[in-house]
Design a protein around this ligand. Structure first.
Ligand SMILES: [Zn+2]
Length: 68
């Protein structure tokens, strides 16, 4: 199973996300777009995005015409 990746600023739903670079776990309660990782300035970050661990992300309820 491939983890879904959402770059900073992606429109998402509430859920849990993991930094693609440092593994920081982020629980998104109400924001509609993803912030940069809190450790972004402390450690090298190359992917600049989050893996979607739970929640819907860019999924069926989101009007993004991404591939399935
Ligand atoms: Zn990070």
């Amino acid at each position: 199973m491939v983890q879904k990746f959402a770059p900073y600023g992606s429109d998402v739903s509430a859920g849990t996300y993991k930094c693609a670079d440092c593994g920081y776990m982020y629980s998104n309660q109400s924001k509609k777009s993803l912030p940069p990782c809190p450790d972004h300035n402390k450690k090298p970050h190359r992917k600049n995005g989050w893996y979607i661990m739970s929640g819907q992300g860019d999924s069926v309820n989101d009007p993004h015409p991404n591939k399935k």
